[in-house]
Write a protein that binds this ligand. Structure first.
Ligand SMILES: Cc1cc2nc3c(=O)[nH]c(=O)nc-3n(C[C@H](O)[C@H](O)[C@H](O)COP(=O)(O)OP(=O)(O)OC[C@H]3O[C@@H](n4cnc5c(N)ncnc54)[C@H](O)[C@@H]3O)c2cc1C
Length: 557
């Protein structure tokens, strides 16, 4: 990394810039670095703790070709994941996910991550989320995984720009050539010139709806991910996808927004409604251990029919060792405060029912990529493509590897439009100049978005309701120039609020294009049936007149 002073702030030059330092960003940085390139990784948080793995992950997904293990091959992975809607191709899944699964097992294992093993030396794995094989390796010290990953990344010689929020991907002559950002602690404006850029900013926009705690930071997923990747990619001209279908929720322990349903469901827990009935058999052949959306839809349906809440997970019949590992090793591996919460609430998986509820809905999507993980903007790659920590790390690695190979053939940097850079700098700090008497706080805008999205974009929708939601979100968007910040922290939140607004608007518009029910977590009153014509992904592309929608098929580009 070469750093110098620039009239607007700091200028950084590198071969490959990775935006986002979560699992996929770390993977991307290693993928590019393994090609011998100069790599800079930028995150609005700190490398050691940022991203969804920052708080811990308790399972790592891997197919391992173990002799005698059923459904444990790359073909099984492809069969399960190459679906028309997500645009994943066999090549992407093989080369971008499967090929790197063992790389991270080895690297992270050596860095101290405890991938649990059985007495015979093979990994301790369980089955989950409707997958055919036992693909989920248990992690015995899940809360340390990000620190271990950061050590690996730093040891590889990757340079990090911590606490630096990207606000624009730079494009010259139609090709990505860097990014503009600012340090959220010092306010320093940063220009990064790069031969290739990898967006690894995650797939989700949390904080766009509420759960019962009404605390947007007490949620299932990483609350600081507000869909920066989608918004910056879309702004740069890259086609984005899955805005209409990547709308996810999970069951949560009531009043505590934590992940963990994978472990709970795969332990053999039974979900029970208020009538004491185990009902998931009606909604998924694998019952609680089936597809996550089916558990949400099933629970919601029971609720509509008056059979709950409350809903409970019953683990009293499960083997004592399994339940003990779940409550005291895996759950705190995902969120370190779990056992404090459990103690305060008297939670005891072995002896009591665990009350659960449907959590917040997450809106998101992905930047569309081809088999080389390159987006529709040349030299802009995307690492946040696959699901879960293993999908993020491995997909990120492949995006970084491909970006590295491309950068090797590029001699100079693209031109930075100085006028644009100056304007972006003005815009970044504009909320600090808004008169407080005229301004609105990011909390007000965000809460209004959550209200709209909860009212009209929940598990039951109508076209009229979505049109209403769009009108209201567009109104809120029109007010975003009134966002007012007193501090740099509030300023970051203002930019996150802007991202939440943008992704909510795009998600509503994209969802209105999908005139059917059955392929996502919601039901649409006007189109109650599955439409076989719509078994394809929807691409959304920015134009001067707003988004253009284009139905595609895998490979997306
Ligand atoms: C608590 C928890 C437990 C989980 N448990 C498991 C598990 O056990 N097993 C499993 O497989 N999966 C688990 N998951 C999911 C898994 O962690 C995620 O799928 C994966 O880590 C996503 O990685 P990512 O890098 O794609 O996205 P993220 O982790 O969201 O990383 C994106 C990064 O980009 C940064 N960023 C975003 N916008 C900008 C910007 N404009 N400028 C600079 N930086 C930006 C963010 O700060 C963030 O660090 C869990 C998730 C959570 C939250």
């Amino acid at each position: 990394m070469k750093t110098s002073k620039h009239p607007l702030g700091t200028l950084v030059e590198t071969d490959v810039l990775v935006i986002g330092a979560g699992a996929s960003g770390c993977g991307a940085a290693l993928g590019a670095r393994d090609q011998g390139l100069d790599v800079v990784i930028m995150d609005k948080g700190k490398l050691e703790s940022c991203g969804a793995i920052g708080g811990g992950n308790d399972h790592y997904m891997a197919v391992l070709d173990e002799p005698g293990a059923p459904f444990d091959t790359v073909d099984d992975l492809i069969k399960f994941y190459a679906k028309p809607l997500n645009g994943y191709t066999p090549t992407m899944l093989r080369e971008g996910w499967y090929n790197h699964m063992r790389y991270f097992l080895d690297k992270l294992g050596k860095a101290g991550v405890g991938f649990s093993k059985k007495a015979d030396g093979t990994y301790l794995r369980t089955q989950g989320f409707g997958q055919p094989g036992h693909w989920w390796i248990h992690i015995s010290n899940g809360m340390t995984i990000k620190r271990a990953m950061a050590r690996v990344v730093r040891a590889a010689g990757v340079e990090s720009l911590d606490y630096t929020m990207a606000v624009k991907i730079l494009v010259d002559d139609g090709k990505a050539c860097g990014a503009l950002g600012w340090n959220v602690r010092t306010g320093e404006f940063v220009i990064v010139k790069a031969k290739c850029v990898v967006s690894a900013q995650g797939r989700s926009a949390t904080r766009s709806t509420d759960n019962s705690t009404h605390n947007p930071f007490n949620v299932w997923q990483y609350p600081y991910n507000t869909s920066g990747g989608l918004v910056l990619g879309y702004d740069a001209g890259a086609a984005v996808t899955e805005l209409d279908t990547y709308q996810r929720a999970t069951m949560l322990p009531k009043g505590y927004g934590c992940p963990g349903m994978n472990g709970i469901n795969s332990s053999g827990a039974h979900e029970i409604n208020a009538l004491g009935e185990r009902f998931m058999g009606k909604y998924d052949p694998m019952m609680e251990n089936g597809v996550r959306n089916n558990q949400i839809q099933g629970t919601f349906q029971e609720q509509m029919e008056g059979s709950g809440p409350p809903f409970y997970m019953d683990m009293r019949h499960v083997d004592e060792d399994v339940v003990h590992e779940l409550q005291y090793v895996l759950m705190p591996g995902d969120k370190a405060t779990f056992n404090d919460w459990a103690e305060c609430t008297g939670t005891d998986f072995q002896h009591k029912l665990l009350e659960v509820e449907i959590g917040e809905l997450i809106f998101g999507g992905a930047i569309a990529v081809n088999d080389q993980f390159e987006t529709s903007v040349p030299n802009l790659f995307c690492g946040s493509v696959f699901l879960y920590c293993s999908g993020a790390m491995c997909g990120g690695y492949e995006a970084g590897r491909q970006a590295g190979m491309r950068a090797q053939g590029i001699t100079g940097f693209g031109k930075v439009n100085e006028e644009l850079a100056a304007r972006v700098k003005e815009e970044i700090f504009a909320p600090m100049r808004v008169d407080p008497a005229e301004g609105v706080k990011y909390q007000e805008i965000e809460q209004a978005v959550r209200n709209v999205m909860c009212y009209y974009m929940g598990f039951r929708r109508s076209m009229a309701g979505m049109a209403r939601a769009l009108e209201k979100i567009q109104f809120l968007n029109s007010q975003s120039s009134r966002l007012h910040a007193e501090t740099l922290r509030e300023l970051m939140r203002c930019h996150e609020a802007h991202e939440i607004l943008t992704v909510s608007e795009l998600a509503i518009q994209a969802t209105m294009e999908r005139k059917e029910t059955g392929r996502c977590v919601y039901k649409l009153r006007d189109y109650p049936e599955l439409n076989p014509e719509m078994a394809k992904p929807l691409l959304v592309i920015r134009t001067e007149n707003g988004p253009r929608f284009q139905w595609g098929k895998a490979p997306l580009l």
